[in-house]
Write a protein that binds this ligand. Structure first.
Ligand code: GLU
Length: 407
C-alpha cells in the first residue's frame, strides 16, 4: 500500500469507527488546495536545472494550516498529500489551533551549494507568497531544510508583506525563532517515551534504544534519551549503521557527523549495514527517517517492545497489524513527533505577541502539551493497544466538530 493510501486507510478506519458518512470521509481525505510550481535554478557552473515545488493545504477548520517544507528527491504530489493530511491530525491530537499542510521541492540539498539552495528557496517563496501567511498557512522545517532555509523564507516573504516573522517557524533565533525549537521534536519523542514507560511501571534507565535516521529528530532524540539514562545502542543514516552494545557516546557521534556528514566510521562503535537497524536488538525503536520503512516483510523481525515514531508515517498498515499482534506498543507519529509543531506553535505565539520565552519555559510548556495529549489518547484508546486508531479518532472528532461549527 502506498504512503498516501496508507494515510487514507488510517483516516477511513477511524472515520468508520466514529460512524462518519462516506461523504465526510471523502472530505477528510481530500486537501483544500494543491499548489505545484516550476523552479528554474541557474547552477554555479552556469547550467540550468528545473525542480518542482509543492504546497498542499489539507485542512483549516481548526486554524491556519501548518506543516514543514521537505527538500528531497523523493518529494512528489502523493507524498506531500499524505504528509499534509498527517499534519491536520497531528495538530488536532496535540490540541494546538492549526490545520495541516505540507510542501517541498524535489531536489537533493546534498548536491546543491548554499547559494543554489538560497536562490531556489527564494524563488519558491516568490511562488508561495500569495498563498501562505501568519493567519493562513505557516511553513516550517522538515527533512532537508533547517533554520537557515526558514530565515531566507521569512526575509523573502517580508519583501511582499512587511516584516512578518509569524509566516514561518523554525527560524534562526536572530530572526524571531524560538529557543528550544531545534531540539523540540526529539524532546517530544523523549516525553512520549517517558509517558509510555510510566504507564508500564518502567523506567528509562538502561533501556536500549535503536534510532533510524540521525538528522535533527534522530540526533536530538538520541542525545536527550541518553541524558535521561537510556543506552543508545544503534543508529543509522544514509551512510550506514553504527552500533555499540555498551551504548554509543552520542555527543561524540554528533561531532563526528558534523565533521563527516554521516555516522559511518565513527570511532566509538562498529559499522553495520543500515538496513539491519529496524530489526536490531533493542528495547525501544525510534524510526526517525522516512515513511513506509516498517513493512510486512520486516515487521515480524522487529525486536523492540516499544516503537516511537519520530518520522511521519514510518509504519505501513500491514506492519502495524503484525506489530500490534506481537504486543509491540506503537506510539504513533501524530503524537510521538508532535513536539516539533508544538514548539512551532510557541514560536508563532511569541512572534504574534512580540515577546520571547526562556528555553526553560518552552520545554516546560511542551511537557504540559505532550502530557495532556497523552491523557486524551489514553482516554480514547481505553483497553485497546491501538494508539494510532485512538489518535485518528481523537483528531477526526476534533476536526469534524470544528468543521460542523463553521458550516
Ligand atoms: N515538519 C515537522 C513535522 O512534520 C514540523 C512542522 C511544523 O513545525 O510546522 O511535524
Amino acid at each position: 500500500m502506498s504512503f498516501l493510501d496508507a494515510t487514507k486507510h488510517n483516516v477511513t478506519r477511524a472515520a468508520e469507527a466514529l460512524g462518519l458518512s462516506d461523504w465526510e470521509v471523502l472530505e477528510l481525505n481530500t486537501p483544500r488546495r494543491e499548489l505545484k510550481v516550476e523552479l528554474h535554478l541557474r547552477r554555479a557552473d552556469g547550467t540550468y536545472s528545473t525542480y518542482v515545488g509543492f504546497r498542499v493545504q489539507h485542512d483549516n477548520s481548526r486554524g491556519p494550516m501548518k506543516g514543514g517544507l521537505r527538500y528531497d528527491p523523493r518529494v512528489d504530489p502523493d507524498e506531500v498529500n499524505a504528509l499534509a493530511s498527517l499534519m491536520t491530525w497531528k495538530t488536532a491530537v496535540m490540541g494546538i489551533p492549526y490545520g495541516g499542510a505540507k510542501g517541498g521541492i524535489n531536489c537533493n540539498p546534498r548536491d546543491l551549494t548554499r547559494e543554489e539552495l538560497q536562490s531556489l528557496t527564494r524563488d519558491f517563496t516568490d511562488e508561495l507568497a500569495d498563498f501562505i501567511g501568519p493567519k493562513v498557512d505557516i511553513p516550517a522545517p522538515d527533512m532537508g531544510t533547517n533554520s537557515e532555509t526558514m530565515g531566507w523564507i521569512v526575509d523573502q516573504y517580508s519583501k511582499y508583506h512587511g516584516w512578518s516573522p509569524g509566516v514561518i517557524t523554525g527560524k534562526p533565533i536572530e530572526l524571531g525563532g524560538s529557543l528550544g525549537r531545534t531540539s523540540a521534536t526529539g524532546r517530544g519523542c523523549l516525553f512520549a517515551l517517558l509517558n509510555v514507560l510510566q504507564d508500564r511501571g518502567e523506567s528509562i534507565e538502561g533501556k536500549t534504544i535503536a534510532i533510524q535516521g540521525f538528522g535533527n529528530v534522530g540526533s536530538w532524540a538520541a542525545r536527550l534519551m541518553a541524558e535521561a539514562g537510556a543506552k543508545v545502542v544503534a543508529v543509522s543514516d544514509v551512510t550506514g549503521g553504527m552500533r555499540n552494545p555498551a551504548g554509543l557516546d552520542v555527543d561524540a557521534l554528533i561531532a563526528h557527523v558534523q565533521e563527516t556528514r554521516g555516522v559511518k566510521d565513527f570511532g566509538g562503535g562498529e559499522n553495520f549495514p543500515g538496513g539491519e537497524l529496524l530489526t536490531s536488538s533493542c528495547d525501544v525503536l525510534v524510526p526517525a527517517a522516512m515513511e513506509s520503512v516498517l513493512t510486512a516483510e520486516n515487521a515480524k523481525d522487529v525486536q523492540a517492545s516499544v516503537i516511537v515514531e519520530g518520522a511521519n508515517g514510518p509504519t505501513t498498515p500491514e506492519a502495524d497489524e503484525i506489530l500490534r499482534a506481537k504486543g509491540v506498543t506503537i506510539v504513533p507519529d501524530c503524537y510521538a513527533n508532535g513536539g516539533g509543531v508544538t514548539v512551532s506553535y510557541f514560536e508563532w505565539v511569541q512572534n504574534l505577541q512580540q515577546f520571547s520565552w526562556s528555553e526553560e519555559r518552552v520545554n516546560r510548556e511542551l511537557k504540559v502539551i505532550m502530557d495532556r495529549a497523552w491523557v486524551d489518547l489514553k482516554a480514547q484508546a481505553g483497553e485497546s493497544n491501538d494508539i494510532r486508531l485512538a489518535a485518528f479518532k481523537l483528531a477526526l472528532s476534533r476536526v469534524m466538530a470544528a468543521t460542523n461549527l463553521r458550516r
